[in-house]
Design a protein around this ligand. Sequence first.
Ligand code: ADP
Length: 267
Amino acid sequence: ESPTNISRVLEFRMMPYGEKHYLLIARDITQISHVEQVRKDFVANVSHELRTPLTVLSGYLEMLKESPEMPQSFIDKAFDEMGTQSTRMQSLVEQLLALSRIEASTERVYEKVVNVPQVLRTIEIEAQSLNKNKGHSIEFEVDEGLQIYGVETELRSAFSNLIFNAINYTPNGGKIKVCWGKEQDRARFKVIDNGEGIPEEHLSRLTERFYRVDKARSRKTGGTGLGLSIVKHVLSHHNSKLEINSDVGQGSEFSFAFAKQIIAIKE
Ligand code: ADP
């Protein structure tokens, strides 16, 4: 009998029991089969995501080989497209490695102090360079004395994923605000944008691997669909959780807070 209303997966086995009887053993394998399904979906997704750029690459290579007399404009376009597709594969492989590193991470969170304001300053420089063609106004409001215990590389990727997403999913000339500060006795990181927003029905699935609201749009910005999944794992390693508020056409707010036990210095 199932206590919840989800459907259960059961495995039955029948064994002889004495001379005239059989023993029927039922095992609830709902959890095992769910994990197995998630694994299969992941492998299928990775293969699909890698196959797409590979197909484009080999198509162009074949064409260049078969017809070397093509107009120069076509050859230029082919090389551009091949460059885009190999960069795409590269970032996919890098993000996959980052994800598996974080999932398997045994680094202790309470050993090293991370100078978050300093980390945010380096991300701000990268953000401004990504912002060159976008023309957003990006404002950083940072409590310079607020540091926490944690794993620097992991936290850096959580902060930058959210900031780069805000830049990518906000139409040119938007407004983005990044905040790092105290909220009661906790430390909170917040990225607010006035971009396209996310329809309510997608919110609960955004941190799933490869989940995107609009696949074509995400590809155009160089997205892999793994960023928020990385953020989720980093946060769970640091005992925190991603909070998302969004209104379509108005913008989004991605934020998370760290417990007071993790705060290292507050001047
Ligand atoms: P991607 O590599 O596609 O950006 P993410 O895991 O970082 O993957 O994000 C998943 C999806 O969430 C994106 O494809 C996009 O649809 C949506 N998203 C993320 N951040 C924002 C944002 N600031 N505004 C609107 N949509 C967003």
